[in-house]
Structures are given as structure tokens and as C-alpha cells.
Design a protein around this ligand. Structure first.
Ligand code: WTA
Length: 645
């Protein structure tokens, strides 16, 4: 790494409370005495009804861990009530709708009242502690109210991204046995209507256990109504008391389930607990974003993803921050919208995904230059590796070389940020997520599980527990063990590859399993393949990723038609539509290649490694092809790939 690609800590951050020396000594301490470290953080950052008996218990290698056993708390009290004494009138949630003229803000007192009213309404609808509640919402404050109202009464929320199809929604509702859904009549994004309630109606055709649907009136359009089952959010909450006694939760009680993609077609319901999750997101938010009293913080993620959970809702509110929520799109009505929002709301900290940065960069600097952005102090990215060019544009053009960029690596399963720069502590290298957060011990292993010491590249694993680690996959603990703990015994296997340089900085190289990252959204290859083979003209499909200048990765599908089917452009568009209707628009393939056969091993396993190379035009060295059942398939595939036409 040449010197010119190292960005030292900017002057005004040299005085930050976190310095390199302090980070090093705190980091050492956090690894040497993890229980002392985390109990000290738990006392300082969290309000408890009852203190814990033990900080950590369990067997990490078996994925059985518990943090703060015996402790009792409520997450909504930590995110709301405890701030009321000092911050009742401070803005908690600042909201901007799809168009600039729709704006709302809620103080901490108003947030308290809204959450309590909804919590009472949920109780009235028969929701009890431990019940699962599905939240399928646009980016409106009611989505955050719904999460916090569940937390208040001890219900477990399962937020499903509003861009998911009725089928995907149905799978998730059934998998975690939700009995209630909170939604809106319609979402509106970039001027486009998303028929949320209609999607819920379709999904619920096969979900007999769902007894109630609570509907926020948002667009105001006419919608289908099922008497007895459907209730208007506004009418039901209007008559409820603005106080609701919080449920006293045990530290290890589940807080939420969030579905994410894995390497099989079935999504995984990642379950997080109460104490460990809120502690870790609270502490990481404070350290990573260097949040200072009174600042406006904006995380541009959707509430349907883990980033929206940990760093738009829970982490910021637990710290008493002002968190901005935006319902629209980065380019709506044009590419200056983001910077316009930054100026109008005087945003100090902005956190978004590399895909958005690349797309905005592609529009040229003029849109950025129209704004002042002088309020910005810190920039962050998450979700996928950021290429150095996009990093530099973010740093230099957006941040005027004043704002450190925190490139934060983490996962749905980790609950919070794991590898990241801490502003003030680390010189930055564009493209590197830098160094581990306090208490986190990353390691690199070769494919045989041998530890790589010093600089090198390998499978990224984590040694030892941290408070917000995944506790189980809902209803399938064995799958959680097989996915994360059995591949490399004794370690949590992340599924990512990484390189460690001579300074101990980590560079995430991407997934090493069958998971795609399209615009920073996780999708399993099997999910897309399962959707494609639903078409009667398709015999078989295999999906791989190809690099995409904006989305990071795009989907390239190899499809074998049925003997009696004729490939055509019409058929291609039908398949593309099918992936969108089965999964959601993010699952649309960028390119479909028809093929008579797929490369398989003699035992019938598709050799994706080879398909990936063919899709990328990287066919000079296909590696070991001796295990192929029929090597002639390869030449045919290469001749008909996107690169040979
Ligand atoms: C990828 C999102 C490189 C990674 C919080 C991980 C990243 C997956 C980064 C998790 C980053 C996330 N640099 N890659 N800074 N952050 N990833 O569960 O492959 O939606 O395994 O959580 O995103 O995606 P998930």
C-alpha cells in the first residue's frame, strides 16, 4: 500500500477522545479481560431493572452463549424513557417523505407517547410477550414505533423489507409463526407506489394463524379490507393511553428475528437477544460514529435490513441521538436530493452503502457541488466492499477532505459493527475496513482451518463471543451450528474472505459462499435459482455474480430450457419478471445465458466456480476441471457467454 493511499486522521479529529494509543490499550484490555470490559460498558451504557449475575456463560464452539444472565431490562426504556428527564423536547426522529414537502419530527416525549399508544393497541389485539409480530412497512416513523412497541411489551418483531414480494413475505410469516402483521396501505418511493396492503392480503391467503393486520393510512388510496381482521393504525392508537408499563425482560429473551439469505433457498431467521444486542449497538454507535450531543445523524438504510435496525433505530435512540429517516430514493427527483437533505437538516454524520455512493458518483460532481455540506463531520459506509475510487470520491468530493470515512464491516448475524475505523484513532486506507472493534478478535484461516499469522489472506472468522452475536436461527438451531460453527470448529465462520496487511488492517474480499451481494443486499444463489425453475419452460438454472460498476455485484443466470421450450427474448423477460414477483426487484438477473447443460461433477453438483469465471469472461485458467462429468459442456458455455457475442 503506497503512502499516497493513506489518509491520516484529519486535524480536527486529532483532538478526538479516541486516539490510536487509547484504542490500542483499550483493545488489549478488552481481549484480556472481556468480562470486566463488557460489564463496565453494561453499567455505563444501559439502564437495568435488575443487575446480572454473570457477565458471560456458555460454550462458544457450540454456539451456546449467554450474556448478562439474571439481568433484567427493557429495550424501549433504554431507547426512550431514560432520555425523558434531560431530552424530552429534543428531536428523536426526524422524517422526510418521498417529496421534500412531507416532513415530520418527533421529540423523545412524543416518541414515548406514540410507542406507548401502539403498545397498548397491540395488547388490545391480543399480542402477548414472546409472540412474533411481522412488520412490513415503508420508511415511515411508524415502522420505528412498531419495533419499539414490540420491545415494550416483550413481543418479538420480524421486520420484512417492503420491497419483498407476497411470496417472500408469506415464507417469513409462516417460518416464525407470526400472528399479527403491521403494515401500511401503500408505500411511495421515488413517486412509485408499492402495494403493501395488497401484498399482505395475498401473502395471508395461506397464513391461517394471522388474526390481525394493523394498517397505517399513508398514501390514502382505497384498499381491500377484511372486516374483523384489519384495523386502521390511526383509529386504534388514537384512543389508547400514552403510557404503557414496560415488560420486564430477561437479558437473553429474544428481541427480534430478522431474515437474511444463506446458501440454500430457505431464508434464515436470525434471532437476537435483548441485553447483548442493545449493549453492543449502543456502544458501537457511540464509538464508531463519535456521536456528540445535539448532532443529527442519518443512516440511509431501509428498516428492513439489519443496518436499519441497529444503526437507524436502536443504536442511535439508545444514545439519545436525533436520527433521520428518509422515505425516498437517492435520485428522487434528481441526484442532488441527498445533499439537499444534508443541508436542510444540517446532518452531521451520514451512513450509507457503497452502491449508493457509486451511483451518485456516476452522476457527476455538479449535483454535490450545488450544496454546502458544511454540517458534515463524519461519513460511513456499510454492506459491501467499497472500491478505493468511490471511497476517495466520498472523502474528497462529498466530505471536502474534512470528514473521516468509517468503512464498517459486519453482518445481520453479528448484530453490530465488528471491523471499523474509529474516528480519531486510525489513519484510513480506502477500501479497508481497518481494525477490529473493542472486544472483537478476528482471525484468518486457510481452507483447512489453519490460522494465518501476520499478513495474509483467508477465511474471515471470529474467535470468541461478543454480546450481540446471533443466538439461533429461528426454529433451526442445527442449521445455525452447521452454517456458522461447524465449518471451522471453535470459530464463528463469517462466510467472507479477507486479507490482513502489514499494519494489521483488514480488507474484506467478499463472500466465499453461495451468497450474492446486489447493491449491498444479500441474496442466496439458490433463492434466485428456485424462482427461475418455477417457470414451466425452465429445466435447470445456476446463478452466479458478476462485477457491476454501480451495484457491486449483478446476477448472471445460466438457464437450461425444457426440451420442448424455445429460448427467446420474451422468455427472458418472463423469467426476469418471475424473479421480481417471487423474491423482489433486487433479484432480477442482469443477464440470462441459455445453455443445453450445466457443468457438474460426477456426483451431480453444479460447479459454480467455473460458471463464475465464464460469466466474468475469465476463461484462460478455469482451474481443475477433471471432476467434471462432461467436459464438453464448458466450450459450449464459453462460446455462448456474454463475452463471445
Ligand atoms: C458484506 C450488512 C465489505 C459482507 C451489515 C457481509 C461488507 C455481508 C461490509 C453482510 C464492508 C458488509 N466491507 N463487505 N464494510 N459490510 N459487508 O447481513 O459480505 O446484510 O458478510 O449485513 O455484507 O450483509 P448483511
Amino acid at each position: 500500500m503506497s503512502e499516497k493511499n493513506i489518509y491520516p486522521v484529519p486535524d480536527h479529529f486529532q483532538q478526538a477522545w479516541m486516539t490510536d494509543e487509547k484504542y490500542q490499550s483499550l483493545y488489549r484490555y478488552s481481549l484480556e479481560k472481556p468480562e470486566e470490559f463488557w460489564s463496565c460498558k453494561a453499567e455505563h451504557y444501559i439502564n437495568w431493572f435488575r443487575p446480572w449475575n454473570s457477565v458471560y456463560e456458555g460454550d462458544f464452539s457450540k454456539g451456546e452463549v449467554s450474556w448478562f444472565r439474571g439481568g433484567q431490562l427493557n429495550v424501549s426504556v433504554n431507547c426512550i424513557d431514560r432520555h425523558l428527564e434531560k431530552r424530552a423536547d429534543q428531536t428523536a426522529i426526524l422524517w422526510e417523505g418521498d417529496t421534500q414537502d412531507e416532513q415530520k419530527s418527533y421529540t423523545y416525549q412524543q416518541l414515548h407517547d406514540e410507542v406507548c399508544k401502539l403498545a397498548n393497541a397491540l395488547k388490545q389485539l391480543g399480542v402477548n410477550r414472546g409472540d412474533r409480530v411481522c412488520i412490513y412497512m415503508p420508511m415511515i416513523p411508524e415502522a420505528a414505533f412498531a419495533m419499539l412497541a414490540c420491545a415494550r411489551i416483550g413481543a418479538v418483531h420480524a421486520v420484512v423489507f417492503g420491497g419483498f414480494s407476497p411470496n417472500s413475505l408469506q415464507d417469513r410469516i409462516l417460518d416464525c409463526d407470526c400472528q399479527m402483521v403491521i403494515t401500511a396501505d401503500e408505500g411511495i418511493r421515488g413517486g412509485r407506489v408499492i402495494p403493501l396492503k395488497a401484498n399482505v392480503d395475498e401473502a395471508l391467503q395461506c397464513c391461517p394463524d394471522v388474526h390481525s393486520v394493523l394498517v397505517v393510512k399513508y398514501s390514502g388510496s382505497d384498499i381491500n379490507w377484511v372486516e374483523g381482521r384489519d384495523h386502521w393504525y390511526q383509529s386504534l392508537t388514537a384512543t389508547q393511553p400514552a403510557d404503557c408499563e414496560p415488560e420486564i425482560m430477561d437479558a437473553e429473551d429474544p428481541l427480534f428475528i430478522l431474515y437474511t439469505s444463506g446458501s440454500t433457498g430457505k431464508p434464515k431467521g436470525v434471532q437476537h437477544t435483548t441485553a447483548g444486542y442493545i449493549l453492543y449497538t449502543t456502544v458501537t454507535f457511540h464509538y464508531v460514529f463519535d456521536y456528540r450531543e445535539g448532532e443529527v445523524y442519518w443512516c440511509a438504510a431501509d428498516v428492513g435490513w439489519i443496518t436499519g435496525h441497529s444503526y437507524m433505530v436502536y443504536g442511535p435512540l439508545s444514545n439519545g441521538a436525533t436520527t433521520l429517516m428518509y422515505a425516498g430514493l437517492p435520485f428522487w427527483p434528481d441526484a442532488s436530493r441527498i445533499w439537499d437533505i444534508v443541508d436542510r437538516h444540517q446532518v452531521n454524520i451520514a451512513y450509507t452503502a457503497p452502491t449508493a455512493i457509486r451511483a451518485l458518483m456516476a452522476k457527476g460532481n455538479a449535483y454535490v457541488d450545488k450544496s454546502s455540506r458544511s454540517s458534515l463531520r463524519l461519513l460511513g459506509t456499510v454492506g459491501e466492499p467499497i472500491n478505493p475510487e468511490a471511497w476517495q470520491w466520498y472523502y474528497k468530493v462529498v466530505g471536502n477532505s474534512r470528514c473521516p470515512v468509517v468503512d464498517t464491516w459486519w453482518q445481520t448475524e453479528t448484530g453490530g459493527i465488528m471491523i471499523t475505523p474509529l474516528p480519531g484513532a486510525n489513519a484510513l486506507k480506502p477500501g479497508s475496513a481497518t481494525r477490529p472493534f473493542l472486544g472483537i478478535r478476528p482471525d484468518l484461516l486457510d481452507d483447512d482451518g489453519n490460522k494465518i499469522v501476520g499478513p495474509g489472506e483467508g477465511n474471515l472468522v471470529i474467535s470468541g463471543s461478543w454480546p450481540s452475536q446471533i443466538r439461533t436461527l429461528y426454529g433451526d438451531h442445527q442449521r445455525m451450528l452447521d452454517t456458522y460453527f461447524n465449518r471451522f470448529p471453535g470459530y464463528y465462520c463469517t462466510g467472507d474472505g479477507a486479507r490482513r496487511d502489514e499494519d494489521g488492517y483488514y480488507w474484506i474480499t467478499g463472500r466465499v459462499d453461495d451468497v450474492l451481494s446486489v447493491s449491498g443486499h444479500r441474496l442466496g444463489t439458490a433463492e434466485v435459482e428456485n424462482a427461475l425453475v418455477l417457470h414451466q419452460a425452465v429445466a435447470e438454472a445456476a446463478v452466479v455474480s458478476i462485477p457491476d460498476p454501480v451495484k457491486g455485484e449483478a446476477i448472471y443466470a445460466f438457464v437450461t430450457p425444457m426440451d420442448d421450450a424455445e429460448p427467446s427474448t420474451e422468455l427472458e423477460s418472463e423469467l426476469i419478471k418471475l424473479t421480481a414477483s417471487e423474491i423482489g426487484p433486487i433479484a432480477k438477473p442482469k443477464r440470462i445465458q441459455w445453455t443445453k447443460a450445466l457443468p457438474k461433477t460426477r456426483s451431480g453438483k453444479i460447479m459454480r466456480r467455473i460458471l463464475r469465471k465464464i460469466a466474468r469472461g475469465d476463461t484462460d485458467n478455469l482451474g481443475d476441471t477433471t471432476t467434471l462429468a462432461d467436459p464438453s459442456v464448458i466450450n459450449h458455455l464459453i462460446e455462448h457467454s456474454a463475452y463471445c457475442q
